[in-house]
Design a protein around this ligand. Structure first.
Ligand code: UDX
Length: 499
């Protein structure tokens, strides 16, 4: 069974969500949903997508070009840290609603509707790299050649408007020999957030379908019927744009919250007091208004850069979108300046960084704000000790891969316990708000040379912040105003070798 926390995680009223999913599950007819679902790519998007369909009663076959990943998943192991995902996988395998195909042809024979869940990473110019999606479409198309029934191929990958019909369809048509109405092609972007994937995949706020043929609209609506969520059907390019527009709005809110937090600090007021009140305006709403060291993750920056590149290509200046990216970089710099001021200049200080994952609930370190902060601290001459409950190894690998040559020995240390990271530290910097950091027990502050906590997420419990055994400096709060400005590292020294 899936732990209730995994289902409840992302909702204010978790308990009722758990109940309603359990009820619906019981009510889902055992009878077949239309055909068998094939999922191409079993990564961050594909695996939860496949398991979501299986949970809601579909028969699902997954495939990934990485043989080791196929074997791993078929054995019931999940490749990423994600609450509830191991249980969802176990349920799918045990109920025989989910299995892993060993080849393209096995996948093509088994399924009727195929979801392409392949990565579309950023190219250096910000545009998306369609290499994996093109290759996957080509291989699937070839595997579909000669089959008698009409397949439906659905693009779940995040792609700029026009890609599904303009790039994926022609490749599929050429490779499969099926043209025009003989082949269904649709877009169905995902809105899964890491850390709450199981909830998001089982109970999405809405399903967005980009369809050009009413048969495909109907087949997909039937497939999603057991989810009991609103289904929004629209032209394919519109669905593709919904995904980018959604992430641009969310990222804009975070960037704006961060800018307001800088003003709040300077004005000696608390950013959460301001923004929770702002969020009470129903036109604005309360979510995504939590200031921090900037947004991270694999989506926001990549998608915003893709939008800017698309704007450039179409000669449409996307001034706000560019501004969000710039503001986000500035926020990481601002966060480092705050740390630097709080410790009275980072040079030779021992700084413990708590939290390396880009957000709690995941071991994903892609785009994590911990990275620019650690790099700025190292440039300023600090010694940095790092801790994360689950992402330590991933951060270590990503950091080494990007650093090239090894750094001065002892300047970065990876610590398995918080106590170890804090031993002899001049400051603890809280980057990722893992719940286990929130109580900051006295035993932790006792490990530190000078007990100072720079809390970039205001993640310490309110009763702990002013307990007296350490100095608390919270980003976006009056505590961040006017600390040691005279002894901080000059900004030019920090900025000289990059951002
Ligand atoms: C995002 C979208 O939410 C999801 O719909 C899409 O499918 C993929 O991109 P994800 O990147 O997993 O999901 O995480 P999200 O919860 O959106 O957070 C992104 C970043 O913004 C994180 O670094 C998070 O810490 C930060 N954030 C979020 C804030 O700093 N403040 C907030 O109020 C909310």
């Amino acid at each position: 069974m899936i732990p209730s926390e995994a289902l409840a995680g992302a909702t204010p009223d978790g308990s009722s969500t758990v109940r309603s999913i359990a009820d619906r599950r019981a009510a889902t007819p055992e009878g077949p949903v239309p055909g068998t679902v094939g999922v191409v790519g079993l990564g961050y998007v594909g695996l939860p997508t496949a398991l979501g369909f299986a949970h809601h009663g579909a028969s699902v076959v997954g495939f990934d070009i990485r043989a080791d990943l196929r074997r791993y998943i078929a054995r019931g192991a999940t490749p990423v840290h994600e609450p509830g995902l191991p249980e969802l996988l176990r349920d799918g395998l045990d109920a025989e609603r989910f299995r892993v195909a060993r080849s393209w042809s096995e996948l093509a024979r088994a399924a009727d509707t195929f979801f392409l869940c392949l990565p579309t990473p950023s190219r250096p110019d910000g545009g998306i790299d369609l290499g994996a999606l093109r290759a996957g479409s080509e291989r699937l198309g070839r595997a579909l050649r000669g089959r008698s029934s009409r397949p439906l191929v659905v693009v779940k990958s995040t792609v700029v408007p026009g890609t599904t019909e303009g790039t994926v369809r022609p490749i599929l048509e050429r490779a499969s020999g099926k043209v025009g109405p003989e082949l269904g092609v649709a877009a169905n972007p995902e809105f899964i957030a890491e850390g709450s994937m199981v909830h998001d995949v089982l109970r999405p706020e809405r399903v967005v379908l980009g369809v050009s043929d009413p048969r495909d609209a109907e087949a997909l609506a039937r497939l999603y019927a057991p989810f009991h969520v609103p289904v929004c059907s629209m032209p394919t390019a519109a669905a593709e744009l919904v995904k980018y527009a959604s992430n641009a709005f969310l990222a804009a809110r975070v960037a704006l919250a961060n800018e307001i937090s800088r003003l709040a600090e300077a004005s000696g007021v608390d950013v959460d007091t301001v923004l929770t009140t702002v969020g009470r305006d129903p036109r604005i709403g309360p979510s995504f208004l939590s200031a921090g060291p900037g947004f991270g993750g694999s989506c926001f920056e990549k998608d915003l850069r893709a939008l800017v590149a698309e704007g450039r290509r179409r000669k449409i200046p996307l001034t706000v979108v560019k501004g969000i990216l710039r503001s986000n970089d500035e926020q990481a710099e601002h966060a480092f300046r705050l740390i630097d001021r709080a410790v009275g200049g980072a040079r030779r200080r021992r700084i413990a960084v708590l939290g390396l994952a880009f957000k709690p609930g995941t071991d994903d370190v892609r785009g994590t704000r911990a990275e620019p902060i650690v790099r700025a601290a190292l440039r300023a001459g600090a010694r940095v000790r790092l801790h994360d409950p689950v992402a330590l190894e991933k951060f270590r690998r990503a950091f080494r891969d990007r650093s090239g040559r090894p750094r001065r020995r002892g300047s970065v240390e990876f610590c398995r316990s918080v106590e170890d990271a804090l031993r002899g530290a001049d400051a603890a910097v809280l980057v990722t708000p893992w719940p286990e950091y929130g109580a900051f027990p006295r035993a932790w502050s006792r490990e530190m040379r000078s007990p100072l906590v720079v809390d970039l997420r205001r993640a310490l419990r309110e009763d702990v912040r002013y307990r007296g055994d350490f100095l608390w400096v919270g980003l976006g709060t009056p505590s961040a105003a006017g600390i040691h400005p005279e002894s901080a590292t000059p900004i030019s020294a920090v900025a000289e070798d990059g951002r």
